[in-house]
Ligand binder design. Structure first.
Ligand SMILES: NC(=O)c1ccc[n+]([C@@H]2O[C@H](COP(=O)([O-])OP(=O)(O)OC[C@H]3O[C@@H](n4cnc5c(N)ncnc54)[C@H](O)[C@@H]3O)[C@@H](O)[C@H]2O)c1
Length: 261
């Protein structure tokens, strides 16, 4: 077991990629903290994990609120004694053509997808430093590493705020890695391509979701959509000691997007 006795906070852990990573971590021996802003989904997830015999703690936390991320860190230390791993996974997308996007769209996306990463990392850093041990894994996106086709292939287009936030996560990863590395804390990043989760449908009709998946199958080098298990393997790598001498890095897990290889 690669995460035996580790305590891992996963933001946005009650759905999609975060929930999948949480389940994977518990199978590797970790106690997971499902930190999310959706209390019902937290309860469902914690109940489901507990029934399977996994160690899971629920924590309601809006990552855009610094006092809540600090409270989360305090609560986890009080309940579990330490914080070994933070996966900054909570995220939202709002696609709208650049000329139509308003400042509320911009703030909503930047607040969750970038400021949330900053607040959560800042809230756990003192504990990780005190332990001389920590693993922070940030979730960016293929849209943070290259621009997507606009308004085609089931993509509504207009990912300016999302792409800017996700590119910011990659640079934040590098700067945090430099600041926290001397204290035994690694900071790395995973940039997923297309994976089917609730977020895929948040700005698309069901027909657009299918069109998008078909487009991706045709355009990624590996010719298929990846599984959440394949994605969580990369998250687990950075969260475990398999990556003990790796920091400041971003790994694309996207089947090889041909437009940027
Ligand atoms: N699914 C994909 O294809 C894909 C691709 C690239 C990147 N990503 C990124 O992966 C991450 C997870 O996405 P997903 O596909 O699992 O989406 P999802 O919608 O299934 O899950 C996101 C979770 O984040 C939570 N959340 C949203 N705002 C929050 C806030 N302010 N505070 C705390 N929790 C909040 C939601 O309640 C939800 O449980 C996101 O950062 C997303 O941008 C996803």
């Amino acid at each position: 077991m690669r995460l035996k006795d580790k305590v891992a906070i996963i933001t946005g852990g009650a759905s999609g990629i975060g929930k999948s990573a949480a389940e994977r971590f518990t199978r590797e021996g970790a106690t997971v903290v499902i930190a999310d802003m959706n209390p019902e989904a937290i309860k469902r997830t914690v109940d489901e994990f507990t029934e399977k015999g996994f160690n899971a703690i629920g924590q309601v936390c809006d990552v855009t609120r610094r006092e809540q991320t600090q409270e989360m860190a305090r609560e986890v230390v009080a309940q579990a004694g330490r914080i070994d791993i933070l996966v900054n996974n909570a995220g939202i997308s709002r696609y709208r053509p650049f000329t139509e996007a308003n400042s509320e769209d911009w703030d909503a996306v930047l607040d969750v997808d970038l400021k949330g990463v900053f607040f959560c990392a800042q809230s756990v850093a003192p504990q990780m430093r005190a332990q001389s041990y920590g693993r922070i894994v940030n979730i960016s996106s293929a849209l943070g590493t290259g621009a997507a086709p606009h308004g085609t292939a089931g993509s509504p287009g207009g990912s300016s705020a999302y792409a800017a936030a996700k590119a910011g996560v990659i640079m934040l990863t590098k700067t945090l890695a430099r600041e926290l590395g001397p204290d035994g804390v690694t900071v790395n990043c995973v940039a997923p391509g297309t994976f089917l989760t609730p977020i895929s449908a948040s700005s698309r009709t069901p027909e657009q979701v299918n069109e998008h998946l078909e487009y991706r199958k045709k355009t990624v080098v590996l010719g298929r959509i990846g599984t959440l298990e394949e994605l969580t393997s990369a998250i687990l790598f950075f969260a475990s000691d398999d990556s003990s001498y790796v920091t400041g890095q971003t790994m694309s897990v996207d089947g090889g997007r041909s437009d940027r290889m």
